[in-house]
Ligand binder design. Structure first.
Ligand code: ATP
Ligand code: MG
Length: 426
């Protein structure tokens, strides 16, 4: 029997990899411009990190983790998200002793045991960023600005930023009692998970995907109704700064997000046209998290976005991605002697950094031209016995459709001159 890849995973194959490279390049560029440094943490961590750092009442920890005992009987989990690991690394590497804030980004695979469907996988990829050590509302705005600017650059349209403040531990006490008071009589109509959440973390009920629970919570008091004065002021300043950078947002007082540790600012970005899994980015402030996992009290804020979902929106919106392939060269050599000489030219061009190919299947000229087309080659260098005898070569410009004969020694000069003038090199 043929062995297939595990459910919920994908092969990223030549063809689609171009789109990944495009996004990865844009991610690294914008992060470096905004002053974020890359961090690479392990793919697996001690299970306890996520239990404490994501929260025992979340779906991620309760239902979705890939957890196993290793041969030393340690409980290990494949990382389901990036924030807990970044905070662990912040503490473990004593980043708190460096000038603050510390601004980090990551890019890589995450693992969640989910019901797979379009846009929901078991191995998926996230780009995320975190700012640790700063409480200023301008930081919240900077983080959302980075996301907004990234989407603008890659050409996404029709996005909506949903914004909320979920308050701090002070507001939380009031929130809890208001919510419990309001839902008391309808408790038995909630789903079993939410009945459990009612005691442990009633705010989670607002995040339930069950339609029945959603109907029961239509007019519950929201987190905005119970903000303390300091949280109110913080939220107002975040909004002012967002308006100052020209970011359009919508207040969504029911959005509480999936992680236990959020405080104050919470946000999500939704995209049109990709079906039910329309959240392409989520994030928020998590001022208690670093302390929760054993570090000094440190404010933090960050986001994570799903690369697969961004690619789905790019496809849906038919955003063209120019990967600058057009300066490629193909050497079409015909006959044994020409092939030998062609291979020499090939290696010379490669040493000069020219992206060059040669047919290695001994095909005829016509199918070599097809090969050139398929590979997106701009210049074909044709070399047969006749050209060999004259120490010359034919250059065919595939885009303009014309060709000319030049001397063997003039190839490099010709390519440099013409490639420089190509609009693709600008
Ligand atoms: P959802 O409500 O869709 O389950 P979430 O709240 O679990 O999302 P986060 O943990 O905030 O998502 O992750 C941030 C982003 O990562 C999401 O907005 C989404 O784009 C992406 N993402 C999350 N889970 C998956 C998955 N299983 N497959 C693909 N992308 C995902
Ligand atoms: Mg989820």
């Amino acid at each position: 029997m043929v062995i297939q890849r595990p459910k919920g995973t994908q092969d990223i194959i030549p063809g689609t990899i171009k789109r990944w490279h495009f996004l990865e390049t844009q991610i690294r560029k914008i992060c470096s411009e905004f002053g974020y440094q890359e961090i690479r943490t392990p793919i697996f961590e001690a299970t306890e990190l996520f239990q404490r750092g994501v929260g025992e009442t979340t779906d991620i920890v309760n239902k979705e983790m890939y957890t196993f005992l290793d041969k030393g009987q340690r409980s290990i989990t494949l990382r389901p998200e990036g924030t807990a690991s970044v905070c662990r690394a912040y503490v473990e590497n004593k980043f708190y002793a460096q000038p603050q804030p510390v601004k980090l980004y990551y890019l890589g695979p995450m693992f969640r045991y989910e019901n797979t469907q379009a846009g929901r996988y078991r191995q998926f990829h996230q780009f995320g960023a975190e700012v640790l050590g700063a409480q200023d509302p301008l930081v919240d705005a900077e983080v959302i600005h980075l996301i907004w600017e990234f989407y603008r650059r890659i050409g996404l349209k029709g996005l909506e930023v949903h914004l909320n403040s979920v308050g701090c531990p002070v507001c939380r006490t009031e929130q809890r009692s208001q919510l419990q008071y309001y839902l008391q009589e309808r408790k038995s109509d909630l789903c079993l998970d939410c009945q459990d959440r009612f005691e442990k973390n009633p705010m989670r009920i607002l995040d339930c995907k069950n339609k029945g629970c959603q109907a029961l919570t239509v007019d519950v008091p929201t987190t905005l109704d119970t903000l303390c004065e300091e949280c109110k002021e913080h939220f107002a300043k975040v909004q002012q700064a967002l308006r100052d950078c020209g970011i359009e947002y919508r207040i969504n007082p029911k959005m509480v997000r999936g992680l236990d540790y959020y405080q104050r600012t919470a946000f999500e970005v939704m995209a049109e046209g990709i079906g039910a899994q329309s959240a392409i980015c989520g994030g928020g402030r998590y001022d208690g998290l670093v302390e929760e996992i054993g570090g000094p009290s440190t404010p933090g804020i960050g986001f994570a976005m799903g690369i697969e979902r961004i690619l789905a929106v790019l496809d849906k919106q038919k955003v063209a991605i120019d990967n600058d392939q057009e300066n490629k060269v193909l050497i079409a050599a015909l006959g044994a002697q020409a092939r030998q000489e062609g291979f020499k030219i090939l290696s010379e061009l490669r040493q000069d950094g020219v992206s060059a190919l040669m047919d290695l299947m001994g095909r005829g000229l016509k199918s070599q031209m097809k090969y050139a087309d398929r590979e997106g080659v701009r210049y074909v260098l044709i070399l047969g016995d006749e050209e060999l005898a004259k120490d010359a070569i034919i250059v065919r410009d595939m885009r303009l459709g014309d060709q000319s004969e030049i001397s063997r020694g003039a190839i490099k000069k010709y390519l440099l001159k013409n490639m420089k003038n190509s609009k693709y090199l600008l």
